[in-house]
Structure formats: C-alpha cells, structure tokens
Write a protein that binds this ligand. Structure first.
Ligand code: APR
Ligand code: PHB
Length: 389
C-alpha cells in the first residue's frame, strides 16, 4: 500500500471541498482532495445556480471569480406570483445587496482548474474511501485509485463528500443527532434553449403547484415545476411540461429541452459537525430544499468558518476556532434552514391534502406581497445573512 502524507485530507470535490483546498493552499497549508467521480461528471452535474452576494465576495477574495464576474448575471430583484398577481421584490433597494446567477457546475469548473494549477493532488475516481482513527491526532483515509490501494495520513480530515458520502457515517452514532424533514413533493427541473421570459426570477404559487422560472444565460432557461416526490420524468413529456409552465407562470418562452431531472426536497441537519479530527462541511452535514437556492451558499459559509479555524491550528497550534467550528457554523445554518423551509412552505401546495395549510400559506404569500416589512424580511435572507450573525 502506498502512503501519502498531508496536513488536511479533503473528501469530496464539490464546492465545499474545492474552496477549502484553495483557501488552505493560498495560506500555505497542504491538502489532498479525493473525489469519487470523474472530472467530466462533476463539471457537468446540474445543480442550482444562485449565489448570495457574500458567496460572490468570498470567491472573489479567493481569486476564483474572474469568469463569474464576466459571465454571471447580477440580479437586483425577483418576482413573486400568486393567482395571476405579480409583485417585484426590490432586493437591492431593500438590502443594498444583489444576487448572481451562475451555474454551480461553472463554479466547480473554475475551482477544479484553480486546484489543478497548483499542482497539488486532486484524485478523481477515488474508490473505497474510508476514514480511520478520526478521534486521534493522526487520522487516516484509505482509498483505491487506478487499481492501487493508498493510505493518506493527515492531521485533519474535512468531510466535504455530500449527503451520501462516508464522512458523516464515520462519526459514532451516539454523538450524532440528526434533524430531518422530508417534503411530500419534488421539483421537476429542465434546461431549455429558450430566452428567459423575464430578466428576473419568477416564483409562482398556483393551485396546480409551484413553478420557478430561472436561467443560466440570456439564451438558456432553467425552469422548475412542483411534482410528486417519486415522480418519473418519463411521465412528463415535453408538451406536458410546457403546458404546466404556461399555466403556473403565466407564459414562458419555449425551446428545445436539453436536460430533465427530478430534485427531491429535504431539510436535514447533523449535529455536531465535528468529531475529533473530522470536520463536516456542506451537504455532508446539512441539506436544504432547493427553494431559495441556499445549498452552495451554505457550503461556502461553512468553509468561511472552517478554513480560518484550520489555519489557526496549523500556524499556531491554536485549537479555539476548531473547537468553536460546529457551534459557529450551526448558528447560521439553522437560520438558513428556517428560511428555506419557510420559502418552500409558502410557495408549494399540498395537492388538496391539507386545505387549511394551503389557505394559510397562500395568505402568507399575499402578506409578503402586501407588506414592505415582510418583503424586507424575505430580501435580507434571500441575498444572504451576514456571516458574523
Ligand atoms: N468518496 C469521495 N468523494 C465522494 C464520495 C466518496 N465516497 N461520496 C461523495 N463524494 C463526492 C461527490 O461525488 C461530490 O463531488 O463529494 C462531493 C460532494 O459535493 P457536493 O454534493 O456538491 O456537496 P458540497 O460540496 O457540500 O456542496 C453543496 O452541492 O449538492 C449541492 O445542493 C448542494 O448546492 C449544494 C452544494
Ligand atoms: C436555479 O437557478 O437553479 C435556482 C434559482 C433559484 C432558486 C432555486 C434554483 O430558488
């Protein structure tokens, strides 16, 4: 078995793992990144595409935002729609901040390129990744790469391996507390070669279900429809999708559908986010439903807490920020969980299963549309809560 030595073993090359690797490298701390998938797979994986201003600023400060600044679409507002009535939320007017549309896989491409340019290891198609001795000061990761067994010895492991990765599962069951909600609906999402119907995003609540019109560029629309949780996309031929979108969004531009997929909806938090020398970040520790697109933004926020904590440890042996990591990250995570749950409840309907809830949530949305105070409440969370809150 080949032995490798590094300071931080990072499992997962999503936004969390790649950003952490980059910030550590800039500050002179070494890491090795292990990714289960091949590079083309992670660079093509379609996820949400909305960045809080703080996420953009974080990527900018890290030197990762050149293409994001050129190609990202800055948005000063968004639209809510209820029973045919539209209301613009003036995000910039209410908060002084804006959001940026930039596909998550584009950020991943930028960060993979930045990592490879450093010459430090990023192993794609690493299989059988397993964590060992996490409660000691000498944790290890074993894995297989190109048919050969490897052992990675490190000081710290960063579990950035998403919801299904091995890191969270390596924590002893008796220390882990899990909080979860599974929603009785999902999103059917499409990418289409069609001009976005509006420059700004439109979130609609409709008796047939939620719909969202977003975009990836001036010529590519990203559109979502509420569907059943176990929906087979085959039940949604193109005509049915367009019919549903027209009805719920009051008309969209049609075009060739280039991608179709179902996104399940779940709220999930695992506490604590640290055990011994294992630190969880991003989807490995928490999942939000996609309404409001907080997933990648939360991963960035976690790394903003984790990177300085690890740097203080490696620079001075100072463990105070590492000790505070879980509690510090979770304070903001729970507020964002609350926001994602609230947006989800307000915009989806129960398909007739809970008429009282449907009436109350429609009233919630009507209240937001009628009240500037409620719009400010939405806007300050939509553009991103401050990191030090
Ligand atoms: N070994 C190595 N890598 C693994 C393993 C494993 N056993 N299991 C999963 N991974 C990899 C995945 O292939 C993926 O590339 O870990 C990575 C985790 O990345 P993401 O799922 O993108 O999670 P994260 O970096 O936390 O970013 C959160 O991604 O899932 C979206 O909606 C979510 O936008 C949010 C963002
Ligand atoms: C997206 O562009 O994919 C997107 C945007 C906003 C959301 C969810 C998804 O709330």
């Amino acid at each position: 078995m080949a032995h490798i030595r590094t300071q931080v073993g990072i499992i997962g090359a999503g936004p969390a793992g790649l950003l952490l690797a980059h910030l550590l490298h800039k500050a002179g701390v070494d890491s090795v990144v292990l990714e289960r998938q091949a590079r083309p797979y992670i660079e093509a994986r379609i996820r949400a595409g909305l960045l809080e201003q703080g996420s953009v600023d974080t990527l900018h400060d890290a030197g990762l935002a050149d293409r994001l600044h050129r190609e990202g679409l800055a948005h000063d507002g968004m639209q809510l729609r209820l029973a045919g009535r539209d209301c613009r939320i003036d995000l910039h007017g209410l908060t002084g901040k804006r959001v940026t549309i930039y596909g998550q896989q584009e950020s991943v491409k930028d960060m993979v390129a930045a990592r490879l340019a450093t010459g430090r290891p990023l192993f794609f198609e690493a299989s059988e990744v397993a964590l060992h001795d996490i409660a000691t000061t000498a944790p290890r990761i074993t894995f297989t790469h190109e048919g050969a067994a490897h052992e990675l010895r490190c000081d710290v492991i960063a579990g950035c391996d998403g919801f299904h990765g091995p890191s969270r599962a390596a924590m002893p069951a008796e220390v882990l507390r899990v909080y979860e909600r599974v929603y009785p609906f999902a999103w059917l999402g499409i990418l289409a070669d069609a001009k976005p119907v509006s420059h700004e995003l439109i979130y609609a609540r409709h008796p047939d279900g939620f719909a969202l019109a977003t975009m990836r560029s001036e010529t590519v629309s990203r559109l979502y429809l509420q569907c059943a949780p176990d929906e087979d996309p085959a039940n949604w031929p193109d005509e049915r999708i367009w019919e549903g979108l027209h009805a719920r969004l009051g008309g969209v531009n049609e075009g060739r559908i280039t991608q179709k997929g179902v996104t399940p909806m779940r709220s999930f938090v695992a506490e604590p986010m640290r055990h011994g020398r294992l630190f969880l970040a991003g989807d490995a520790a928490h999942i939000v439903p996609p309404t409001g697109a907080k997933g990648m933004n939360l991963a960035v926020a976690d790394i903003r807490v984790l990177a300085p904590a690890l740097l203080a440890f490696f620079a001075r042996g100072d463990e105070r920020l590492m000790d505070a990591y879980s509690a510090t990250a979770l304070r903001r995570i729970w507020k964002v969980q609350r926001f994602s749950w609230w947006m989800t409840a307000m915009l989806h309907n129960s398909n007739g299963n809970d008429p009282f809830e449907d009436r109350v949530q429609a009233a919630e949305l009507a209240h937001v549309m009628d009240s500037e105070a409620a719009q400010r409440f939405l806007a300050e969370q939509y553009v991103g809560l401050p990191y030090d809150a």
